[in-house]
Ligand binder design. Structure first.
Ligand SMILES: Cc1cc2nc3c(=O)[nH]c(=O)nc-3n(C[C@H](O)[C@H](O)[C@H](O)COP(=O)(O)OP(=O)(O)OC[C@H]3O[C@@H](n4cnc5c(N)ncnc54)[C@H](O)[C@@H]3O)c2cc1C
Length: 398
């Protein structure tokens, strides 16, 4: 089924398609679909691509013009993401800033913070990393121990450690959840979200190699690192509600591009099955059909969520599908893992060997199998998602 865009949006869609067709050429075309928000393959090329997008004014479509955005609506953004996924453009590099920090600043930041940081994000001049998780605080984020103390001169002194910071070693800035009041009885009340320059002496960032042998995430050590009071997002000691805004974006963001990416992956898996004869195996065929149905279920759910969000007649757009949005991450991550396992069964013995070409279809599905393991962990584990769905959607007891 094709998305049926309103007539005004058709012109916009044509503009996006034409621009992408004219610009995904040369090395960019040779790297179609490369990377992901948690995979830094072909990093430099992707930075160059993001600058190309910036020059074309395709970043921050919905952000206000005064901060460098285009002030367009959600509908245009959805059209853009849809066409972007369809064109299999290289994955963006600064997703931490474009999808998480930027919208968080727009919702909770001061005018000075927005003016200082948003334009540089859109010009691809500053990269960001998220410093929430710690060795002892992941699902239980309120247990954060990284300490920040504000001196009389309005300078924060930060000590502690963060871990799993996606693209941390590429980051110029980190948004860091710190304990700023250890004395309050309720743990989540004494936290603040601070914007911290990652390129200062007090910050040491050590990359960690992941299962794909990519240094996608890092450990960050703070040893009297500095920030300033005006770089606190939201109230001092009121960081928890700001972080909930960010996590809401991370867990509930529209998964249409993810679903389109999965459709593309499934079609390469079917090609491999056709090539190596495993398509004749009834069990494999059944699992391929299940995977196909899964992508179609995701598509219908996404369309329902989008239609609800765009429904101007609704008194509370988005409310009707909040439950659907809450479960999309859980469903997509589980489906993706199943798809990776199926791909490896189809490859059989050949799946155990590297082909030497990181961009061929066998390498791509091997990477899918390995990297999808993390999808049920980051952005909130599946167990935590189920807890949230049980308590907030179904109203079950804690
Ligand atoms: C690829 C990747 C990228 C990441 N990027 C970032 C990043 O950029 N910035 C950042 O701050 N963090 C990042 N993270 C960290 C991520 O947010 C945490 O890994 C996640 O929140 C889980 O925390 P944990 O690893 O400490 O596991 P734990 O919280 O220790 O959980 C261990 C196990 O116990 C289960 N569990 C815990 N509590 C409960 C409960 N109440 N009920 C039922 N089961 C429970 C969990 O589901 C899990 O199976 C990333 C993680 C990965 C894998």
């Amino acid at each position: 089924m094709e998305l049926d865009f309103a007539p005004g949006l058709e012109d916009f869609r044509e503009e996006v398609r034409t621009w992408l067709a004219e610009h995904i050429v040369g090395e960019f075309a040779a790297h179609r679909g490369v990377g992901s928000p948690t995979d830094d393959t072909a990093w430099d090329l992707r930075v160059e691509w993001e600058r190309e997008l910036s020059a074309g004014r395709w970043l921050g479509l919905t952000w206000p013009e005064e901060f460098g955005g285009r002030g367009l609506g959600l509908a245009e953004e959805i059209v853009f993401e849809y066409e972007y996924a369809r064109a299999a453009a290289p994955a963006r590099v600064n997703t931490q800033a474009l999808e998480l920090l930027g919208p968080t600043l727009l919702a909770c930041g001061t005018h000075e913070q927005k003016s200082r940081f948003l334009p540089k994000i859109l010009k691809v001049e500053e990269m960001w990393g998220q410093g929430f998780s710690e060795p002892g605080a992941g699902s239980d984020l309120a247990d954060v121990r990284t300490r920040a103390v504000l001196d009389d001169g309005g300078v924060w002194h930060i000590d502690g450690q963060k871990i799993w910071t996606t693209f941390g070693h590429h980051a110029d800035w980190l948004y860091v959840l710190c304990r700023t009041n250890p004395d309050v009885a309720l743990r989540h009340r004494g936290l603040s979200l601070l914007l911290v320059d990652a390129r200062q002496d007090g910050v040491e960032i050590r990359p960690i190699e992941n299962i794909n042998r990519s240094t996608e995430f890092s450990e960050c050590f703070f040893n009297d690192a500095r920030s300033t009071a005006d770089l606190t997002v939201g109230e001092i000691d009121g960081g928890w509600s700001v972080v909930m805004t960010t996590l809401g974006l991370e867990r509930g963001s529209a998964l249409m591009p993810v679903q389109l990416g999965m459709e593309r992956e499934l079609s390469s898996i079917i090609d491999i099955a056709r090539r190596n004869g495993s398509l004749d195996d009834p069990d494999i065929r059944q699992r391929l059909v299940d995977a196909y149905i899964g992508t179609k279920l995701m598509r219908s759910t996404n369309l329902r969520v989008v239609a609800d969000l765009l429904n101007e007649d609704s008194p509370d757009p988005g409310a009707a599908t909040a439950a659907a949005a809450m479960t999309t991450k859980l469903f997509a991550s589980t489906q993706h893992q199943k798809m990776g396992e199926l791909a490896m069964d189809i490859l059989g013995f050949a799946g155990l060997f590297e082909t030497g070409d990181p961009l061929d279809d066998v390498s791509t599905v091997q990477k899918l199998f390995l990297s999808s393991r993390a999808e049920t962990i980051y952005g909130g584990t599946s167990e935590i998602q189920r807890n949230i769905a049980a308590e907030r959607v179904l109203g079950l007891p804690r």
